[in-house]
Design a protein. Sequence first.
Length: 78
Amino acid sequence: MEKIREVNIKKDKDKKFKRVHIIFGPHYFIDLFEDGGKITFILGATHHGFKADASEVGGELEKFINEIRNKNPQNAVD
């Protein structure tokens, strides 16, 4: 199961992206969607994970990324 298993993309009537959902590996997923002018990013395993507002530079998602990079510098990418 070491592969990208499913990619679902939803667009609105104007062909603008509304949601991207990716299932990969044995039980991981990414969900990225726009709702009411905000972008939400969800990363999880099976049915649990975390979500973050990804609507702005320096926002919630960027803070989470920096926390993970600082705690695991060997995995940081630039």
